[in-house]
Design a binder for this molecule. Sequence first.
Ligand SMILES: [Zn+2]
Length: 246
Amino acid sequence: MTYPLRYPDAQFIPAYVGNHGPRSMIGADIRRIVVHIAQGGTINGLIAWFKDPKAKVSSHFAIAQDGEVVQFVELDTVAWAEAAYNETSISIEHVGFTGHQLTGPQLAASLKLIRWLSHEFDVPAKRTASPDIPGVIGHGELGVLGGNHPDCPGAPILSQLTHVLSADQPPHTLDPPTKETAVKLPFTVAQLKVFVAEAGALFVYVNDFVKADHITGTPLIWLNAAAAIVTAVSHSVNKVAAKKTT
Ligand SMILES: [Zn+2]
């Protein structure tokens, strides 16, 4: 299996060579995408830590609160972040603290990266709470064998990811609409576009869902998918708005 070593939308800043393993990862063996929280407020702090020979840890990726993505370790190389699970995992750090949510742009960037990794490594872009089931898992869910970090990344971030990943089904995997209904949209296409713009272009699939509103008798299945997206997006918009006023 050949696969890319770097994510095209990340800035590559290599970790210190003694903070990660050798080039030994086999793409077909990648079983999970592990989500972490950095317990730090800036991406620069994380960059400095992974470059520090004393650290003895690393992550493939980190995502800043403005959505910037940095890659530290190439994808054929073992990052040191999950103890016994290092060799079968790809790691994503997030700037911030346990008990908080990801910001809207951070969540959007994380989802985009998760979707890309899922495609390249054939790991489901779905939440799992078990290390034995391939998918997207929190570091703490790996238990003692994963390094025993039960608060990483914390319940609010895991529930955010669970929510958006369950709503985030690419259109081609939806069943084709079997009947048309006269259900009225609870929002206009213009409103949907505003939600998405304010949340930082969360879903590339939105355009496909939006098409559903251009015809009379909108297929219910598309409506439900669009409504789920709007819920996820407006949730993160509200969070961003709340943050700005405090
Ligand atoms: Zn962690």
